[in-house]
Design a protein around this ligand. Sequence first.
Ligand code: PEP
Ligand code: MG
Length: 580
Amino acid sequence: MPFLGDKHNESKSREEIILKGIPSSPGMALGKAYVIKPEVIIIPVIQIPADKISHEIARLEDGLHNMMNEIQTALDKVKNDSQNISAILETNLLILKDEFIISSIKERIKTGYSAESAVVQEYENQINFFKNSKDLVLKERSFELEHLKDKLLATIRKKITNHNIPENSVIVAQAITPTDVVNFKESKVAGIITEAGGIASHSALLARSFGIPSVIGVRDAHSLINIDCDIIIDGYAGLIHICPSNECIKEYEARKSKEDEHKRELGELINLNTETQDGIKIKLTANINSPDEVKEAVLFGCDGIGLVRTENLVMNLKRFPDEEEQYNWYKEITDRAYPNPVVLRAFDIGSDKYLEGLPHVELNPALGLRGIRFLLHREDIFSNQLRAFLRASVNKNLKIMLPMISSLNEIEHSKILLEKCKSELKEKDIPFDYKIPVGIMIETPSAALLAGKFAGEVDFFSIGTNDLTQYTLAVDRDNEFVTELYDTFHPSVLKLIKNIVDSAKSKKIPVSICGELAGHAAATNFLVGIGIDELSVPPVILLELKKRIRSLNFKKAKKTAKDIINCDSSSDLMKLLELI
Ligand code: PEP
Ligand code: MG
């Protein structure tokens, strides 16, 4: 890969410039720019005489062999990392080794083309196939093939040069391959900036796995950034400060030292699995209210976002956002969390989230037109949101969740609307995840009692213990006069939770808790013991909760949970919990 020399850029301005891209790997870094100039490879259609055919085939084989060796060397370097990392490189290797592609290239050479021309023709064929796919992830693969093709061409032409990248460089490139990322890691680069987008690309995934802050989709990065100039890369917000001012550097240093301190304190836990001492794994996800909060959740190593309260967008704007505004908000969240899943809950408007200006004033809003009831009453608002969800689902890491479900009819009606929105997008050729999972909040006693039936209709459950408690005990969650009665550990609430978990298990759908109980220190033993799959809590609680889960023994927790479920009074139950 050729690199731009110092002198090419010396004349450029040294003023601070801020560029915005897509945050693709979280973290902050400050380093010197290392600009990798994209090689413009123009391969003319070269016809060769018959006596050159075997020579061209040998050149192709030589190129393939060298490139496979390069990937194999990268594979050896990551053999101690996670399996996902090797899998990414192995996919590249499989593409190169593909017998069908190799023999098609050779056939083209036999008809009189040079090795390079034949590679271009065959790879373009494959690339066009993926490029035309409506599936964005497959589309992404076309870029990957493009980079592989360029690299193969450069290898055949023996134009691959190895460079010593100085430690702490911020790589600036048009596009990179997964093998490049492995080499960058070895060179201890500080960050990566690419012009090519593609949050789902394998290179982006690798940077994330290696914890290298990176920002992608930065247009004209390599022409705007001078080699050797200082760069601050903010992989949380997707910002790049070129030649940062002293003030900006100070601010960066403060943020960085906070980040480092946090990492040090909890660092060991972040990279450890969330599992009990006897190996039962629990997913730990985060409850968030805005795209900005994803960074904290990611920093704490969560397995995804278990609840996005999308009504916060409405409350911030003090009006309903249009489809485009929503799409941008949702896409930012799903991009930042990628490849981990994100559960976006449809607007839970009403009750305590009553919004001034909404077309209803109710005497008893908690029992009124709230959550799914409001959405089905205002199909226009609901459809806008569903379309925005679908459009933001192209990376296939978005799940839709319906709030305040109490009857089957509400699920069916919502699904019909969703299908209608899917057809509208299909007609306009707008891509989305056709198999987008749809789940429901179980937060009314009605839903808890009918969970066995509902489990056959949806892809997942999330238990909203805040509302489940309020509706089960008939105690207003916001009324200070009955605070003492608002008891999430009430035996009736715990029995309902157990019923919901059992129902989900019987239909083999995952079940999580996203209400406050999920993070309550006294509840972890019980929740793990009844077989909960996932706990979704505010980001700040994630690591404490992980620590608690790691200290538990599942078999013991199961037994205690049984005793707890058999308690008929809160006081007996609390005594049991205190004993744990
Ligand atoms: C719940 O009810 O437990 C829940 C998570 O939803 P919210 O608190 O937003 O009503
Ligand atoms: Mg709720």
